[in-house]
Design a protein around this ligand. Structure first.
Ligand SMILES: Cc1cc2nc3c(=O)[nH]c(=O)nc-3n(C[C@H](O)[C@H](O)[C@H](O)COP(=O)(O)O)c2cc1C
Length: 204
């Protein structure tokens, strides 16, 4: 297989981020790209997960930081906790010291997509919370911007939607709300444009 490989690395408790990840993957594949969805390890004990009514995890392989070495770009799917990224991702990154020391991620591209309960729940602050980790690893943050979503978003205030120029986003509400068509389309656009950027850089 030629061309860059993208890892979509997620933490999803109730499945919203997993759904968004599939849409991101579709966007990458629409450009002939290859993407693999991985998840970070759960850190909460089983009894707490039961109390939180967490369904079984999706089937994606569990990633260790060293797995990132196999890929050329990364899109992180993050379920927001208290306006920032969850401890499960923190545990993943806190085990990445060797990668940091070797500088293997430096200069590679990374973007993110998020899920919150609702608007004002911290989609943008979740991006800010991951930036220090990206910066320390030398990862180049790739925002979604407005260029490819303005037709989809512009003046459409008739429906509620997650997402921002930082990246795609969805609202889970009480858990029963599912990612909307616009949110999934935004996720696909993000995947497609991210892949195109990595491919351009890969060719040089
Ligand atoms: C401990 C905890 C903290 C949370 N903190 C926030 C928050 O700060 N803002 C928010 O809008 N939603 C918050 N939520 C809701 C989650 O972000 C939401 O359930 C999740 O993004 C849905 O994605 P998932 O289905 O992929 O797990 C929180 C949920 C939990 C369990």
């Amino acid at each position: 297989m030629s061309g860059p490989k993208i890892a979509i690395v997620i933490y999803s408790m109730y499945g919203h981020i997993a759904k968004m990840a599939e849409a991101v993957k579709k966007g990458i594949e629409s450009e002939g790209g290859h993407a693999t969805i991985l998840q970070v390890a759960e850190t909460l004990p089983e009894d707490i997960l039961t109390k939180m009514h967490a369904p079984p995890k999706p089937e994606y392989p569990v990633a260790a930081p060293a797995d990132l070495l196999e890929y050329d770009g990364y899109l992180f799917g993050i379920a927001t906790r208290f306006g920032g990224f969850p401890a499960q991702f923190k545990a993943f990154w806190d085990a990445s010291g060797q990668l940091w020391q070797s500088g293997h991620l430096a200069g590679k591209f990374a973007g993110a997509f998020v899920a919150t309960g609702g608007p004002g729940g911290g989609q943008e602050s979740t991006y800010f919370s991951i930036l220090t980790t990206f910066v320390h690893h030398g990862l180049v943050f790739v925002p979604l911007g407005y260029k490819y979503t303005s037709d989809l978003w512009n003046s459409n205030f008739s429906e509620i939607r997650g997402g921002s120029p930082f990246g795609a986003g969805t609202f889970a509400g009480d858990g029963t709300r599912q990612p909307s068509e616009v949110e999934l389309e935004t996720a696909s656009i993000q995947g497609r444009e991210f892949f195109k950027l990595v491919k351009r850089s890969h060719a040089n």
